[in-house]
Ligand binder design. Structure first.
Ligand code: NAP
Length: 252
């Protein structure tokens, strides 16, 4: 059965790869961009299949979240699956960041990485619960991070936001199971995208690549395949899981 899948942050990086993976499996995608509409349009036009749309909005703004979901529902004719992938990773080390900048970094990171997914999950869950065919088959998938477990010394708000995202996923898995809705997450290690580019291209790049016994960091496709599986094919019984996708770089 074809699903309609809203993938946030799909204008580049892991999200673009997720859009490709699920479209390749025959599903329709709402390719979401925070700002870069042209990039999202380029992703959309390169997807296999037809009926894909672009939606835009700041995940850190609750009104924009409503617009994102409304536009995806209108463009696709309903949404079955939400993939919370959009996120930010901004440095704010505690020993060199001013108190004002510290507060700003925490507020913005929690707004985008945790409250955004919370609001989008509420909106999509309500859409599923209220649709005439009923909620069964709906899925809420989130892209968390290894940093929730391993620590993020330069970006502590990021680590906290991802720990919150994992915990939210597990709470929603319990709350929504009686409605036949699956909720699950992945916790990737370092991935080769714009987000970590300065680290990977800098003097610490080799040390990061050496964290995995495979001797490299993930490609976006390494993560996207797991997300696409959770979003489309995974059995209901994996609901509540947080899958480590980190190339054995951190075992918990
Ligand atoms: P990326 O290349 O920096 O792309 C980020 C995406 O999120 C873009 O599509 C961007 O859209 C969107 N975005 C950023 N801020 C937004 C906002 N305020 N509202 C809406 N959309 C926004 O990142 P990535 O590496 O692909 O990361 C994707 C996810 O994987 C994130 O949740 C990240 O935390 C997680 N992750 C990444 C790594 C890694 O090493 N890269 C590791 C673990 C987990 P626009 O460009 O259109 O604004």
């Amino acid at each position: 059965m074809t699903s309609n899948i809203l993938v946030t942050g799909a204008s580049r990086g892991i999200g673009a790869s997720i859009a490709h993976e699920v479209a390749f499996r025959g599903h329709r995608v709402a390719v979401h961009a925070g700002r870069d509409v042209a990039a999202a349009e380029a992703v959309r036009s390169g997807l296999p299949g037809s009926g894909h749309v672009v939606v835009v909005g700041d995940a850190g703004d609750p009104d924009a979240c409503r617009q994102i979901v409304d536009d995806a529902v209108a463009g696709l004719g309903g949404v079955d699956v939400l993939v919370n992938n959009a996120g930010i990773f901004e440095a704010h080390p505690i020993d060199t960041t001013s108190f004002g900048d510290w507060q700003q970094a925490w507020r913005r990171t929690i707004d985008v990485n945790l409250l955004g997914p919370a609001n989008l999950s509420w909106l999509v869950a309500r859409h599923l619960l209220e649709r005439p065919s009923g909620p069964s088959g709906g899925r809420l998938i989130s892209v968390g991070s290894r940093g929730a477990y391993r620590g993020e010394p330069i970006t502590p708000a990021y680590g906290a936001s991802k720990a919150g995202l994992h915990a939210m996923t597990q709470s929603l898995a319990v709350a929504l199971a009686p409605h036949g809705i699956l909720a699950a997450a992945v916790a990737p290690g370092f991935v080769e995208t714009d987000m970590g580019r300065s680290v990977l291209d800098g003097p610490g790049g080799d040390a990061v690549r050496a964290q995995s016994p495979f001797g490299r960091v993930a490609t976006p496709g390494d993560v996207a395949e797991s997300v696409a599986w959770l979003a489309t094919e995974a059995p209901l019984w994996v609901s509540g899981t947080v899958i480590d996708v980190n190339g054995a770089s951190y075992l918990r």
